[in-house]
Design a protein around this ligand. Structure first.
Ligand code: NAD
Length: 420
């Protein structure tokens, strides 16, 4: 089957990963396209009245990858480079991620091709509400539950919840996760991805016999995931020596003062220009000598061009799809780098999204301690399963994580059968 609708570098990359794992797992040829191809995709044009009185039309997408294990789940991205192919790849990865950590969901993803930084707050609200309106036939607490991703946040989730609820006629908090706690959001959701990442880094340091105290970390992408990962790792005693965002990076080998940096970012909306560090490009940042390298921005950052030159001991993938298959092949030859693959490393976000959805359905809310306790238990289980699987079959952590996730979806499809 030709996936021409989705053809893009990121979708090709997700398919390439799937094909390699399916081959390794001996999944029958006939089952492969059924597992790989997204079940549904919706493309919508989203017309918005701009503040200057003109009308602008944006393209929006939602892709639901499989419906075998429950409703679909996945974030919504507002970014100038969003394409349906990228969204489809991210939806596929969500499927394997949810299955790996044992959540009753298929994967989904959505996005609008726009630059949210260039929109006023009211333009952003109109864009979000109109996009949500277009998605109403395919989303809902039992159907497909969006969440934040690059360029979206709690406020955007609140507008989605409000728009959907107005159509239904009563408040439906379970239609979206990552919303404000006031509206039925979960304590600990905003920090869950970064905190989960830091937990897995700490477990990996145990595995490798490394000490957190005095270890160094470099983070590409100082947004929700990257900034919380920085704070959480710093609490463990790890020194954050460089961070970056879309505008550039900063470096201080003595360690960045994160409180001062966050004050700077709150005012200038970027890490660039922070006075207690020197500037560095995103390309240079990835090659800095450090113990932990965290890509937490976009896909395809670690490539065949830089994989051989990485200078870290642990590669903790906060972003989805930051490492290309070509780079993976190089990393597989480098026993000096331990990879915590994306579908494991950033799964804390969807795990706490699942907790939020469960709390909303029951209208019964948990303390932050309960949320974190349950989060770390699920992460521990997924980490140990992946590590043991990798060791048993002499495969990479990524291969192990993907094969565990894909196997669960495959097994579920076999048991449910093919209708009619
Ligand atoms: P965000 O919008 O909060 O932050 C993204 C950050 O990356 C921003 O600082 C942005 O300036 C920076 N960035 C963008 N392009 C860059 C580039 N070329 N070089 C360096 N930095 C760049 O988004 P987020 O929610 O933190 O998501 C980051 C990554 O984590 C994405 O891959 C996302 O899919 C993944 N992720 C997010 C969550 C979540 O809960 N938010 C969960 C799982 C995975």
């Amino acid at each position: 089957m030709q996936p021409y609708l989705y053809d893009s570098p990121t979708f090709r990359m997700a398919c390439q990963q799937f094909d390699m794992v399916a081959e390794f797992m001996n999944i029958p040829e006939m089952a492969r396209n059924r597992l790989k191809m997204p079940k549904r995709a919706l493309a919508v044009s989203v017309p918005i009245r701009m503040d200057n009185g003109s009308t602008q039309v944006f393209m929006g997408y939602r892709v639901q990858h499989h419906l075998t294990l429950g409703p679909t789940k996945g974030g919504i991205r507002f970014h100038p480079e969003v394409t349906i192919g990228e969204v489809a790849a991210l939806a596929m990865w969500m499927s394997w991620k949810c299955a790996l950590v044992g959540l009753p969901y298929g994967g989904a993803k959505g996005g609008v091709t726009c630059d949210p930084k260039s929109l006023s707050l009211s333009e952003l609200e109109r864009l979000t509400r109109r996009y949500t309106q277009e998605l109403i036939p395919v989303i809902g607490p039992q159907v497909d539950i969006p969440a934040p991703d690059v360029g979206t946040n709690e406020q955007v989730m609140a507008w989605i919840m409000d728009t959907y609820s107005l159509q239904i006629g009563h408040a439906v908090p379970g239609v979206v996760t990552g919303k404000p706690v006031l509206l039925g959001g979960s304590l600990g959701r905003r920090e869950a991805t970064g905190r989960g990442l830091a937990y897995l880094v700490s477990r990996t340091m145990d595995t490798l016999g490394m000490q957190a105290e005095g270890a160094t970390a470099v983070i590409q992408g100082y947004g929700n995931v990257g900034s919380v990962a920085a704070i959480s790792m710093a609490k463990q005693g790890i020194k954050i020596i460089a961070v970056s965002d879309a505008f550039g990076g900063i470096y201080n080998p003595k360690g960045l003062d994160l409180n001062k940096l966050n004050d700077h970012v709150a005012v200038s909306r970027s890490v660039v220009g922070f006075s207690e560090a020197e500037p560095i490009t995103n390309e240079q940042l990835l090659l800095l000598p450090c113990d932990i390298l965290v890509p937490a921005a976009l896909e395809r950052q670690i490539t065949e061009g830089n994989a051989a030159k990485l200078n870290c001991r642990i590669l903790a993938e906060g972003a989805n799809g930051p490492t290309t298959p070509e780079a993976d092949a190089i990393l597989a030859q480098r026993s000096d780098i331990f990879v915590i693959p994306d579908i494991l490393c950033n799964s804390g976000g969807v795990i706490v999204s699942y907790f939020e959805w469960v709390q909303d359905l029951q209208s019964f809310f948990w303390s932050e301690g309960e949320v974190l306790d349950k989060l770390f238990r699920l992460l521990e289980q997924a980490y140990m399963q992946t590590l043991n699987h990798a060791r048993k079959h002499q495969i990479s952590m990524r291969f192990a994580a993907l094969s565990l996730g894909i196997k669960r979806v495959y097994d579920a499809k076999v048991v449910r059968g093919l209708y009619p």
